[in-house]
Design a protein around this ligand. Structure first.
Ligand code: C2E
Ligand code: CA
Ligand code: CA
Length: 526
C-alpha cells in the first residue's frame, strides 16, 4: 500500500516537474500578449490625440491670423486670398471663412452669396469657441464636418479627421470627446460614450471592458479627450504568436526538469542498495572521541562516531550519509553496524577500564522503531560483568513524533541504558519532553561552546542551557571544546565533562586503547 502510494507520489511529482515550465510559459505568453495589447491601444490613442491636437492648433492659429487681417469683414478677393493662403499652409484644415450668425458668406472655397448655413451652435467651450460637430454642406454630399468658430471666423475640418488613421487591426474603436460632456465628437468603430466618465481628472487610463481593451488620454493643451479600444481578439492572436515561440522552450525546460527529477529520484532510490553494498563490503568503521572530566582531566568515556570510506578511498561525511539513510528509511542498518563494531571494542576495554562509558548516536528514525530497544539491549548485555556503561545520544528531532519516541526511550531506560540529549538548542525545541522524560545527560552543542568569550548575540544562551540542565538534575558534557580558555570557563560554570579537539580528535579503537593505557582513567558514574 505505502509503496503504491509512494510510486503515485513520485509519478505526480514527475508530472509536475514536466508541466511546471509549461505553466510558466503559458503565464509568460499571457503577460506578454496583454502588454502588447495595452501598448497597441495606447499607441493608437496617442496617434488620435496627436492628430486632434495638430488640427486644433491649426484651427486656432488660422483664425488668429485672419482676425488680424486689415480688410476686416470685406469678403472681397483680397480677403478670400488671405483665407486661401492660411488653408494652404495648414494641412489639416479643409476651409476657413467669415461667419455671420449661423452663415458663412465667404471662405477659402469662394464667395457663398447668401452664405453656407451651418445650423445652430452645439456648444461653447470654456474659452469661448463655438463648436458644431455635424455640419453638412450641399456641395459636399455625404461628408460631415466639424467647425470651430471664434473671433468672427470659422475653421472647418473633416469630422473624421482625428480618427482617420491607418491601422491593420480589425474592429478597433477610436473616438474624440470633450471632457466634461457625455458625447463623443469623432467616432470610428465600436466605442461607448459611457467610458467618458471613467477618465475623470486623470490624464491616462487603461481598462478592459468585456471584449475590448480601452486606452483613454486627455490632451494637455486642449479640451480634448481620446479613446482607442482594441478588441481582445488581438490579445488572443498575440498570445498564439508568443505561445508558438515560447512553448518549445517550455517543453525543453520541462524535459530537463523531468530528467533531473528522475535522476535524483533514482539516486534517492538507489541509496538503500548503495548502503547495503557498502555494509557488505565492510566500508563502515567507527572512531571514538574521548570524553574527559573537567575536574581532573581523566578520560571517563568516549563517543562513537561512524565513518564511511568507499573502495576508491573517498570519505563521505557522516551528516551527509546519515541524512540520506534516514530519508531512505535504512538508517537502522547503520545503527546495527555501529552496535556490532562497538561490541567488539568494549569486550576488550570494559574488563580493563571498568569506569569507562561509551555513547552511540541514535538517529530520529531509530527512536521511532521498537526494534532499536532489542538492538541496544543486546549491546549493553554483551559484557555481562559490567552494566550502566552504554549511553544513547538522541537529538530533539526524534521527539517530533513524541508517542513512539517516548515508548522507545522508556524501554531503554528500563534496561539501564543512559540517555543523553544531543545538540540541545540547535533545532526543534520542546521543553515539555525534557520534563516528562528522565534524561541523564545534556550535551552542550559546540556552536554554543564556541560563543564563549565572544560578543556573539547567542553567547548568553550557553548560560541558560547550563542553568536549565542543573535545574533538571542533568549531567553536562560540553562538545567541541578547542581551547583551554573554553575549558576553564566551562569548569568554572560547573560543567562536569567535555570533549573536543583540545582533549582528543575522534580516533581509532587502537589509539583510544593506547590513550587509556597511558591513564589514569576515571569513571563516568560519579
Ligand atoms: P555529533 O553527534 O554532534 O558529533 C560531534 C561532531 O563534532 C563530530 O563530527 C565530531 O567529529 C565533531 N567534533 C568533535 N570535536 C570537535 C571540535 O573540537 N571542534 C569541531 N569543530 N568539531 C568537533 P562528525 O563525526 O563529522 O559527525 C557529525 C554528525 O554526524 C554527528 O554530530 C552526528 O549527528 C552524526 N553521526 C556521526 N556518527 C553517527 C552515528 O553513528 N549514528 C548517527 N545516527 N549519527 C552519527
Ligand atoms: Ca553525538
Ligand atoms: Ca552533538
Amino acid at each position: 500500500m505505502s509503496s503504491t502510494l509512494s510510486r503515485l507520489t513520485v509519478l505526480a511529482a514527475a508530472v509536475l516537474a514536466a508541466a511546471a515550465p509549461l505553466f510558466v510559459t503559458l503565464d509568460l505568453a499571457r503577460d506578454l500578449a496583454l502588454e502588447d495589447t495595452q501598448t497597441e491601444s495606447l499607441r493608437l490613442a496617442r496617434e488620435v490625440l496627436n492628430r486632434s491636437d495638430t488640427a486644433a492648433s491649426q484651427l486656432y492659429a488660422g483664425i488668429d491670423q485672419l482676425s488680424a487681417f486689415p480688410h476686416g469683414t470685406a469678403c472681397d478677393s483680397a480677403h478670400m486670398d488671405a483665407m486661401r493662403t492660411v488653408v494652404a499652409s495648414m494641412g489639416q484644415l479643409r476651409a476657413i471663412g467669415l461667419m455671420r450668425g449661423n452663415h458663412m458668406p465667404c471662405s477659402s472655397w469662394g464667395d457663398h452669396g447668401e452664405g453656407l448655413d451651418f445650423g445652430p451652435a452645439e456648444f461653447t467651450t470654456p474659452t469661448g469657441s463655438v463648436i458644431r460637430t455635424a455640419v453638412s454642406l450641399s456641395f459636399a454630399p455625404g461628408e460631415v464636418f466639424t467647425t470651430v468658430e471664434r473671433k468672427g471666423y470659422a475653421a472647418v475640418i473633416h469630422k473624421s479627421q482625428p480618427v482617420d488613421i491607418v491601422t491593420d487591426l480589425r474592429g478597433v474603436g477610436l473616438a474624440t470627446f470633450t471632457p466634461g460632456t457625455s458625447e463623443l465628437r469623432s467616432v470610428r468603430g465600436p466605442v461607448q460614450a459611457a467610458w467618458i466618465d471613467r477618465l475623470g481628472d486623470q490624464r491616462e487610463l487603461l481598462f478592459r471592458d468585456g471584449e475590448q481593451l480601452v486606452a483613454m488620454l486627455r490632451s494637455p493643451r486642449y479640451q480634448t479627450g481620446v479613446i482607442a479600444a482594441v478588441p481582445m481578439s488581438h490579445y488572443q492572436q498575440q498570445m498564439g504568436v508568443y505561445m508558438l515561440r515560447l512553448i518549445p522552450a517550455g517543453l525543453v525546460a520541462g524535459a530537463i526538469l523531468l530528467l533531473a527529477f528522475l535522476y535524483l529520484n533514482r539516486l534517492q532510490q538507489s541509496w538503500p542498495a548503495t548502503l547495503r553494498t557498502a555494509l557488505r563490503r565492510n566500508e563502515f568503521s567507527v572512531v571514538y572521541q574521548p570524553v574527559v572530566s573537567l575536574q581532573d582531566g581523566r578520560v571517563i568515556g568516549a563517543e562513537t562516531l561512524i565513518r564511511w570510506q568507499r573502495r576508491n578511498g573517498e570519505h563521505i561525511r557522516p551528516d551527509v550519509f546519515i541524512a540520506a539513510a534516514e530519508d531512505a528509511g535504512v538508517v537502522h542498518l547503520l545503527t546495527q553496524r555501529v552496535c556490532d563494531l562497538v561490541e567488539r571494542d568494549v569486550r576488550q576495554w570494559l574488563p580493563r577500564f571498568p569506569g569507562l562509558c561509551i555513547s552511540i548516536n541514535l538517529s530520529a528514525n531509530d527512536l521511532h522503531r521498537p526494534e532499536t530497544v532489542d538492538m541496544l539491549r543486546r549491546l549493553a548485555g554483551s559484557v555481562p560483568e559490567r552494566s550502566g556503561w552504554l549511553t544513547a545520544e538522541v537529538t530533539e528531532r526524534g521527539f517530533m513524533r513524541p508517542e513512539e519516541a517516548i515508548r522507545v526511550v522508556e524501554a531503554l531506560r528500563a534496561d539501564g541504558i543512559g540517555l543523553a540529549i544531543d545538540d540541545f538548542g540547535t533545532g526543534y525545541s520542546s521543553l515539555a519532553y525534557l520534563q516528562h522524560l528522565r534524561f541523564d545527560c545534556l550535551k552542550i552543542d559546540r556552536s554554543f561552546v564556541h560563543t564563549l568569550g565572544t560578543a556573539a548575540p547567542t553567547s548568553q544562551v550557553v548560560f541558560h542551557i547550563i542553568e536549565l540542565a542543573r535545574s533538571l538534575g542533568l549531567k553536562m558534557v560540553a562538545e567541541g571544546v578547542e581551547t583551554e580558555a573554553q575549558a576553564q570557563t566551562l569548569r568554572e560554570l560547573g560543567v562536569e565533562a567535555a570533549q573536543g579537539w583540545l582533549f582528543g580528535k575522534p580516533m581509532s579503537a587502537q589509539d583510544l586503547t593506547a590513550l587509556l593505557e597511558r591513564g589514569p582513567v576515571g569513571t563516568c558514574r560519579d
